[in-house]
Structures are given as structure tokens and as C-alpha cells.
Write a protein of this length. Structure first.
Length: 276
């Protein structure tokens, strides 16, 4: 079963434009519905809690927020162009915490596309944090790097595989996409966390039974980060997609010590499919 219903978390940044571009490529390939979602907890909600704010000030700010919403929607449709028919292209704009709202809506879609984090100093309530959305939603998220505008989807995918729970979840969530790829490399970087395969079956065999052409690759960890080794391999095979589990260790430990998930999301130059 192919991807049929995707959500794009959109806030008008360069990274979210890249996410829309990737959504257009996926629509071209899968014929899926594409929904843009703008969510933010701006001054509109805050003002309603304070009776002392003059009505004319409320109206001025409300008008500005409405204009910003309209401008963002117009930008979304400008990026999509005429690549999607009206019945397959949708738009939702509402008030609410950006990450929490996107996470809630993500549960209704096959996949959510989010641009890599971009700071918005003028409107921090619009900022999107893809790792938070993946953690909160329980659904897969495709993180698209800033400026990523390929003419087509590259049909080589790499799976970062360590046999742990999160990686298994990511592979299962990505199966509909992996089944359409011309080549899938299952990469394990030996950093001490890779589990030995079960007797009688391994990940390559499991994927092959879905009709997926698999190359099993094992690499010794080099000096530095596991994430750096994974991204270097993706570059060497011109991969168009990296599939990985997110935060096998605690989020606190990852952020404190600088784990693989954080490194890859910060430095990847290709889309990264994450599940938790």
C-alpha cells in the first residue's frame, strides 16, 4: 500500500519550503493528498486572557495576525504551484502550540513532513521542532534539510540499523516507501550498540521478503561520532533518504551528551525519516 495522505508542517521558513518541495515530489510519485498545516500560539490567545488590553490594540494585533496567516497560506500555494489538483491539496490554519498541534494532526496522516529547525526570532511561536513532533505524535516524521530542492526523488535509501526498538519501528513505519526504492542499504556502524541478528532471520531477509533489494553494510566506527559515519556513507552512495530510529537513549541524555539523533538532524543534507 503506497503513501496516500501526507501532512506538511508549514511556517513560511526556508526549511518548510523545502518540505513542501519534497511533498510535491512525493505527490508526483504516489498521487497522495497533501495538506499544509500552520499552527501557532500567538498574541491572539494571550490577549484574550487580559481584560485590560484596549480594544483598538486587540484589533490591530488581531488584524496583523490574520494578515500573517493569509501571507503564509499564499506562500504555501505559491510553492506548490499547480503541481497538485485542487481536490488533493488542502490547507489548515489554527491557533495552538506549534509542536503539540502538529503532533496531534500527524496521527491522522501516513507521514508528516517537517523542515529542519529554523529559528524565527520575530515569531518564536511559529518555530517547529521535528524531533519533538516525532516524540509527541507516535507517528513517523520526514525531516527535510534547508535548501533541499532535488528535481526528483533519489531511489537509494539507507537504513541506520542497530537492531534496537526505535530502528525497528522506523523500518516498519517506512515500509511503504522502502518497497518503492530501487536500492536499500542496511548500514550498521559498530559502536557497541548493534545487536546480533536472531537465529534464522535478520533484517535483510525480512526486507527481502517484501520484495526489497537489500545490501547489508557493516562499518567500524571511526574516530568521532556515529552520526558522522552514517552521513558520510549516505553521501558516498548518493542516498536520497535515511531511515533511522530516534532517541533510543533518553532525550535528556541525547541533548546533554550530543547523541546520534541530534547530530544527524543538525547536519544531514538529505531527508531523514525518523520514528520513536
Amino acid at each position: 500500500m503506497a503513501i496516500k495522505n501526507i501532512l506538511v508542517a508549514y511556517n513560511g521558513t526556508e526549511s518548510s519550503d523545502a518540505a513542501v518541495h519534497m511533498a510535491m515530489l512525493m505527490h508526483r510519485k504516489y498521487g497522495c493528498h497533501v495538506t499544509g498545516l500552520l499552527a501557532h500560539a500567538g498574541q491572539h490567545e494571550k490577549l484574550s486572557q487580559h481584560a485590560w488590553v484596549p480594544e483598538n490594540v486587540r484589533k490591530t494585533i488581531a488584524d496583523r495576525i490574520t494578515q500573517n496567516e493569509q501571507d503564509t497560506q499564499a506562500q504555501f500555494y505559491a510553492v506548490t504551484g499547480e503541481q497538485v489538483s485542487a481536490e488533493n491539496l488542502h490547507w489548515i490554519s489554527l491557533y495552538g502550540n506549534a509542536d503539540a498541534t502538529v503532533a496531534k494532526y500527524a496521527r491522522m496522516y501516513d507521514l508528516t513532513l517537517v523542515g529542519r529547525y529554523d529559528a524565527i526570532h520575530e515569531q518564536p511561536d511559529l518555530e517547529l521542532h521535528p524531533e519533538n513532533i516525532a516524540l509527541r505524535s507516535g507517528r513517523p516524521v520526514l525531516v527535510v534539510p534547508r535548501g533541499h530542492h532535488p528535481e526528483r526523488i533519489h531511489e537509494t535509501a539507507v537504513i541506520a540499523w542497530d537492531g534496537q526498538r526505535a530502528a525497528t519501528r522506523a523500518v516498519t513505519d517506512a515500509m511503504q516507501i522502502l518497497e518503492t526504492k530501487q536500492r536499500v542499504d542496511v548500514l550498521s556502524v559498530d559502536d557497541g550498540s548493534v545487536r546480533q541478528p536472531l537465529e534464522g532471520i535478520d533484517i535483510a531477509t525480512s526486507l527481502a521478503r517484501h520484495g526489497i533489494t537489500v545490501e547489508r553494510v557493516r562499518k567500524e566506527k571511526k574516530a568521532g561520532r556515529t552520526g558522522k559515519d552514517i552521513l558520510a556513507y549516505c553521501t558516498s552512495v548518493n542516498a536520497g533518504l535515511l531511515v533511522m530510529g530516534a532517541y533510543e537513549h533518553s532525550v535528556f541524555r541525547e541533548r546533554l551528551l550530543g547523541g546520534t539523533t541530534n547530530y544527524i538532524l543538525a547536519h544531514a543534507t538529505l531527508p531523514v525519516f525518523i520514528s520513536h
